[in-house]
Design a protein around this ligand. Structure first.
Ligand SMILES: [Zn+2]
Length: 365
């Protein structure tokens, strides 16, 4: 085990000790799986495995479309059909143990891909509309977090996400619920669902209330809408980071501002290439954002629903968006910077992960 004196001022190991044995060399895909990861853009319901969704829907008598294999349920022609399946799956998650199960399963998969820390979106109002009380939902998730920490060493915090296709009043009501039922694990709010017809300013009040209560703030913006939504997100909602944000490339002024202010963008190559760019990974704006110097943290959004996982999005970024080894180092550090961990934890992670990263680079074929 390395000690602190192995690390230089720049956080890099002074004398890496590569294993020269041919069988110790690692290919790029294995390297991308092995690097330590922060996960800042993953939706709980989008991470439910198809087989689990079927079992839970059957348990609670929720009707499902026809299918031969459970995975068939995750084939859809457009985002609205995807959102329908996403909502349908929510109806099958009712009991505290159901929430524990889906949370534990997604964190188990994450740990297998070397995700060490995750801030995970969940939609309280979707579950409350299905008749689940907030305590059942959040405490089940906390059970799952605790079990995953014990079994796999992964840490997780929760982001309560506003469904922007619902009313601003429901957003305010969601924040009131969080404040009436505080949990240490719920550290911020976000905003998700389809953006084009539902601009961010509708939710200024919910964001103001959350900010005044000391919650952290993020929002999905400019995934499917003009870059001015990013400025609304930063200047009106006071968000600390931007989820997606791809249309930023249409405004050099906003792109320059985000770069200069060090705003972290949480980007998900696979899910968005499918939805917005006709699976055209080579022309996905993430490559342009990287070249311009935007701070990007990669993640996988809704992994089984888009047939991806925490490593595959990194692989696509390497194969199609120009990410090389040093870009992944930066991506790792951006994830730490953009997280809502305390500064001492961030400093420790930067130091320790830099050592690990260099050890992995030394094994790269
Ligand atoms: Zn998302």
């Amino acid at each position: 085990m390395r000690v602190a004196s192995d690390v230089g001022e720049d956080g890099k190991v002074r004398e890496p000790e590569p294993d020269k044995g041919a069988d110790a060399l690692m290919d790029m895909d294995s390297f991308l799986k092995a690097i330590p990861k922060v996960s800042l853009h993953l939706h709980l319901m989008g991470s439910v495995q198809a087989r689990t969704a079927v079992e839970l829907c059957n348990k609670h008598n929720v009707p499902l479309p026809d299918y031969e294999e459970p995975e068939d349920l995750y084939d859809y022609p457009d985002i609205y059909k995807f959102l329908h399946m996403y909502d349908n799956t929510s109806l099958g998650v009712i009991d505290r143990e159901d929430f524990e199960r889906i949370c534990y399963e997604t964190l188990t998969e994450a740990a297998d891909h070397n995700v060490r820390y995750r801030e995970m979106f969940f939609n309280p109002t979707a579950h409350m509309a299905a008749g689940v009380d907030y305590d059942t939902c959040v405490d089940g998730l906390i059970d799952g977090i605790n079990a995953a920490r014990t079994d796999h060493g992964i840490e997780c915090r929760l982001i309560a996400a506003i469904n922007r296709m619902e009313t601003p009043e429901l957003g305010v009501s969601m924040v009131e619920t969080l404040l009436d039922h505080p949990r240490d694990e719920v550290i911020g709010i976000g905003m998700d669902y389809a953006e084009a017809e539902y601009p961010p300013e509708r939710f200024w009040k919910a964001y103001r209330m959350a900010e005044q209560a000391g919650l952290h703030l993020t929002a999905h913006q400019s995934e499917d809408a003009p870059p001015r939504n990013i400025e609304t997100c930063l200047d009106l909602l006071n968000c600390e980071r931007v989820d997606h944000g791809y249309h930023v490339v249409e405004s050099e002024a906003i792109m320059r501002r985000c770069r200069d202010e060090g705003v972290v963008f949480t980007c998900t190559p696979v899910s968005t290439a499918w939805v917005y760019f006709n699976d055209d990974f080579d022309n996905h704006p993430i490559g342009q954002m990287r070249e311009f110097g935007i701070k990007i943290s990669l993640d996988c959004d809704d992994p089984p629903m888009f047939k991806t996982d925490p490593t595959k999005d990194y692989i696509m970024a390497h194969n199609h968006m120009g990410f090389e080894v040093e870009d992944f180092r930066q991506c790792m550090l951006n994830g730490i910077d953009g997280s809502w961990l305390d500064e001492p934890d961030k400093r420790r992670m930067r130091r320790e992960w830099a050592i690990e990263f260099d050890e992995l680079v030394a094994q790269l074929d």
